[in-house]
Ligand binder design. Structure first.
Ligand code: SAH
Ligand code: SF4
Length: 421
């Protein structure tokens, strides 16, 4: 959180690293400085960790459950708001430096299409990251018919969602939140604006889950009533921050109450990460999307240099081990770059790769979103259509992702903390 929020920066970092640092710190601070209470950030801790904290404070373990409920379900932002705790306990914990320290939305950009892009302040450092709210999804991960169960999935309900637009507390048709996993990215895809930032740091578990809870809060989303999809497709490569990413997913599933079947993580093709992910239990494993983005190794190595480390075949083969749930499909994302990846012969090679996976799969086409200083050209509508038809003729399920919030730099690959609206 920002400097104005007190201990969530600086000293909080020490206590997040563990007690050894905190106690070392205590030793070197002269004893007369008594008002420097090290902060104990709570958001991001699991139920068991919260229970352990409560035990350390001399309280029964069930207080940890109340704390988890308050932080993740009721979305309280300060210890003083935990109404299930007696006032004496709240005061005592506050005096010990306990602090929720949830990520905070610092700036909002609203697109003409209803998409909102947020600059979100982290907790473990001063950098902001980006989170995007798309009220009606993007026709990519959702809206393809594969996930149309649930009360807000029918055309009728979608119409209702549109009628109700503007009413914050209304039921909505499959809103989607796009979540960041790192500040910047190290992968250096040549078409992506986030790559220009380089990697600044990994987000913590709390910062990843905190983006979601902050947006749920802002949009008055009621879990169980409103239908929300998550896509881990914001800034960063989730599989290069694997432990924090998966710990955040577990919190979102187990504590916040979101379904992993409504979550999709996208990777540029980090093979060891894909292998680990494939072995995660289905109760907490999101769906998988692979950024294929090219028809063969020659083109892929040019547009995604990471391909020199893990080839296109190695990536596709790594996916094969995943045990899909009934009706689940793997997504192959494919960014169309005019003249580079959008030709019909490319589509035929993509179909071969999809067949190679041997899994139920679909291809999400993404027309390249332009960004300053990136030397590619947007595909012509006719080329997009030709590509789509060629894939279809090859028997591949294919969807075109609608660009959302291009006017506010919220679309795929445009997240670079642009501060202009
Ligand atoms: N790092 C992960 C997830 C974030 S990027 C990954 O690369 O998969 C999410 C998706 O946006 C990826 O499929 C990526 O290929 C795509 N993308 C990146 N830059 C883009 C751009 N300028 N236009 C369209 N899609 C882009
Ligand atoms: Fe990183 Fe994904 Fe952008 Fe590649 S496309 S630079 S992996 S965020």
């Amino acid at each position: 959180m920002g400097a104005g929020n007190g201990f969530c920066n600086g000293i909080a970092k020490c206590s997040m690293l563990g007690h050894s640092v905190a106690s070392k710190y205590t030793q070197i601070v002269p004893s007369r400085i008594t008002d420097l209470t090290p902060s104990q950030p709570l958001f991001g801790l699991s139920r068991a960790e919260l229970a352990a904290q409560m035990a350390e404070a001399g309280e029964p373990a069930w207080r940890g459950q109340q704390l988890a409920e308050a932080i993740y379900r009721q979305r309280i932002q300060s210890v003083g708001e935990i109404t299930t705790f007696p006032k004496e306990l709240r005061d005592r914990l506050r005096a010990k430096g306990w602090n929720v320290c949830r990520t905070r939305i610092a700036q909002v950009f609203r697109s003409v299409d209803g998409t909102e892009r947020y600059l979100v302040e982290g907790v473990a450092g001063p950098e902001t990251v980006e989170t995007v709210w798309m009220p009606e999804g993007d026709d990519g991960e959702a809206g393809d018919g594969s996930e149309d169960e649930g009360p807000f999935g029918s055309a009728q309900d979608r119409d209702k969602g549109q009628r109700d637009e503007g009413q914050r507390d209304s039921g909505r048709a499959r809103a989607t939140i796009c979540v960041s996993s790192q500040v910047g990215c190290a992968v250096n895809c040549q078409f992506c604006l986030t790559a220009k930032l380089g990697l600044q740091r990994n987000l913590t578990t709390g910062e990843i889950a905190g983006q979601v809870v902050a947006v749920l809060d802002r949009q008055n989303v009621e879990i169980g009533r409103d239908r929300v999809n998550l896509v881990f497709m914001g800034m960063g490569e989730p599989f290069l921050n694997y432990d924090n990413f998966m710990a955040a997913v577990r919190l979102l599933v187990e504590e916040v109450g979101l379904s992993p079947q409504r979550m999709t993580v996208s990777t540029s093709g980090i093979v060891p990460g894909i292998l680990r992910f494939a072995a995660e239990p289905p109760e907490v494993r999101p769906k998988l999307a692979i950024s294929l983005n090219a028809p063969d190794n020659a083109v892929r190595s040019q547009v995604m240099p990471i391909n020199r480390k893990w080839s296109i075949e190695a990536v596709v083969d790594a996916v094969c081990g995943i045990k899909l749930r009934p009706r689940e499909r793997v997504t192959f994302e494919y960014v169309l770059l005019a003249g580079v990846t959008d030709l019909p012969e490319h589509a035929r090679l993509v179909a071969r790769l999809v067949r190679r996976s041997g899994l139920p799969a679909k291809v999400n086409l993404i027309a390249w979103n332009p960004g300053p200083g990136i030397p590619y050209t947007m595909p012509e509508p006719a080329a997009i259509e030709r590509f789509r038809q060629t894939l279809r003729a090859e028997g591949v399920s294919v969807y075109l992702r609608r660009p959302r919030g291009r006017d506010i730099y919220a679309a795929c690959g445009q997240l670079k903390r642009t501060v202009e609206g």
